[in-house]
Write a protein that binds this ligand. Structure first.
Ligand code: 5AD
Ligand code: SF4
Length: 439
């Protein structure tokens, strides 16, 4: 059997796309391998959100030149967000002549035909589709895990945050039909999946492109009714469209995990305006205050960008103050990265790297003690943990996640993977909880 290897970078949307690519390759008789020496097809599913991801893939492709020389029949492909951008695509193709196949995020279903064309002609095949309406809903995914799964509920993004390349890579926002999503979740549950994570760049605007009046909370309510589903999560939620109806869903729906990822990006109104985020610091804080009052055990996580063009010490201080006020359980922090083609790339007053790094460190120094303090509140509590894997450092230790998405380590065996167990927390760190399984 021919073999394929997929190297995936970036967000959950890319992880799911790689599972779809695997499924398509399975249907034409390929099987997966982790070893590039064994592979007949090597694919890089790329991310364009930050320049660092681009540089990494560029280097990895360079390293494969030697393998391609030794094994000229190996098909070397590159796909994903980076390839949706003409400038990046042309740069890669001009520097790496050994690339055989280029496709994008919206035409995964065409892969069999693209591969045969490449094998027949030996030419570099390039096929990019910009319109998210072209996405073929009939392809399935070769799921990496048997007990948890990602489910796309929408594609693309129409928000145009000025730093972000996604609207220029993943195209226009398009919601999938509720029935298609519900059928997919039902099928997953029948195959043993306990937890689904619903994916969209801004799930709060789900429904906007549908012909019927149907919102994200409507979808959550219907999924909550599905027999056998145990946990529902979602990513990512935009604060501007975060409604009271969604807070109500947290209060009403027993399977909706008590975790909200609500990217704030900055605590300064001046920055939020320049970022085109369409909410103010006070509006964000108000929403957080309301949900914390009404859903007391909820864990709040966020994304923060440090060093957006024009960010002054005063703006950054406002981010630190907001972090202290909200008390995030966890934040994903990013150094602002210039993305050609976005509005912010053309802005003046880019922040020097040295200042960005220094602020970044101060941000971590503010966030980490808060994370630890919130974890300490969980000492002695019993948490339901979905067991995910054997710990990397100790094969007698298992790792899993609480409903609030916190990572938990506890002693146990591999047979627990995919089960939901009760763990009493007896030690905590900044990013992990430790405990003893009690049933
Ligand atoms: N530079 C740094 N971080 C970025 N993000 C998006 N674009 C950029 C950029 N140009 C971050 C945002 C977003 C997360 C997925 O990535 O915080 O929420
Ligand atoms: Fe990028 Fe903003 Fe869309 Fe998120 S909402 S993908 S940050 S443009």
């Amino acid at each position: 059997m021919k073999k394929y290897l997929i190297n995936t970078s970036g967000c959950q949307a890319n992880e799911l796309d790689s599972e779809k690519i695997s499924w398509v390759l399975d249907t034409i008789g390929y099987e997966p391998t982790e070893d590039k020496e064994q592979a007949d097809i090597i694919l890089f599913n790329t991310c364009a959100v930050r320049k660092s991801a681009e540089d990494k893939v560029f280097g990895q492709l360079g390293e494969l030149k030697e393998l391609k020389r030794r094994k000229p029949n190996v098909v070397l492909g590159i796909c994903g967000c980076m390839m949706q951008r003409e400038d990046i695509r042309e740069f890669f193709l001009s520097k790496h002549k050994h690339i055989d196949l280029v496709f994008g995020t919206n035409n995964i279903h065409k892969l069999p035909q693209l591969i045969s064309r490449q094998l027949e002609t030996g030419q570099t095949i390039i096929d990019i589709v910009e319109d998210t309406r072209e996405i073929d809903e009939s392809i399935d995914a070769h799921r990496k895990y048997s007990y948890k799964a990602y489910v796309d509920i929408m594609y693309g993004c129409d928000n145009y945050c000025t730093y972000c390349i996604v609207p220029y890579t993943r195209g226009r926002e398009r919601s999938r039909e509720p029935k298609v999503i519900l059928d997919e979740v039902k099928k997953l549950v029948q195959s043993g999946v306990k937890e689904v994570t619903l994916l969209g760049q801004n799930v709060n605007s789900y429904g906007r492109t549908l012909s019927v009046d149907y919102s994200f909370p409507d979808l959550l309510r219907e999924i909550n009714e599905i027999d056998g589903i145990q946990r529902i999560r979602f990513m990512t939620s935009h604060p501007k469209d975060f409604t009271h109806e969604l807070i109500k869903a947290y209060m009403d729906l027993d399977k909706l995990s008590p975790h909200l990822h609500l990217p704030v990006q900055s605590g300064s109104n001046r920055m939020l305006k320049l970022m085109n985020r369409k909410y103010t610091r006070d509006e964000y804080l108000e929403k957080i205050k309301t949900i914390k009052n009404l859903v007391p055990n909820i864990a709040i996580t966020t994304d923060i960008i440090v060093g957006f063009p024009g960010e002054t010490e005063q703006d950054f201080q406002e981010t630190l103050d907001l972090v202290k006020e909200v008390e995030f359980d966890l934040a994903y922090t990013f150094l602002y990265s210039i993305r050609e083609g976005t509005t912010a790339a053309k802005m003046e007053k880019q922040v020097p790297d040295k200042i960005k790094h220094e602020r970044f460190q101060r941000l971590l120094d503010t966030l980490n003690p808060i994370g630890l303090k919130l974890n300490q509140k969980l000492l002695g509590t019993v948490q339901k943990v979905l067991v995910e894997a054997v710990s990397k450092n100790d094969n007698e230790v298992m790792s899993g996640r609480t409903g609030s998405a916190k990572l938990v380590h506890f002693k146990g065996g591999e047979e627990l993977i995919g089960k939901i167990v009760s763990v009493r927390i007896d030690n905590v760190k900044t990013f992990t909880l430790e405990g003893i399984m009690i049933d």
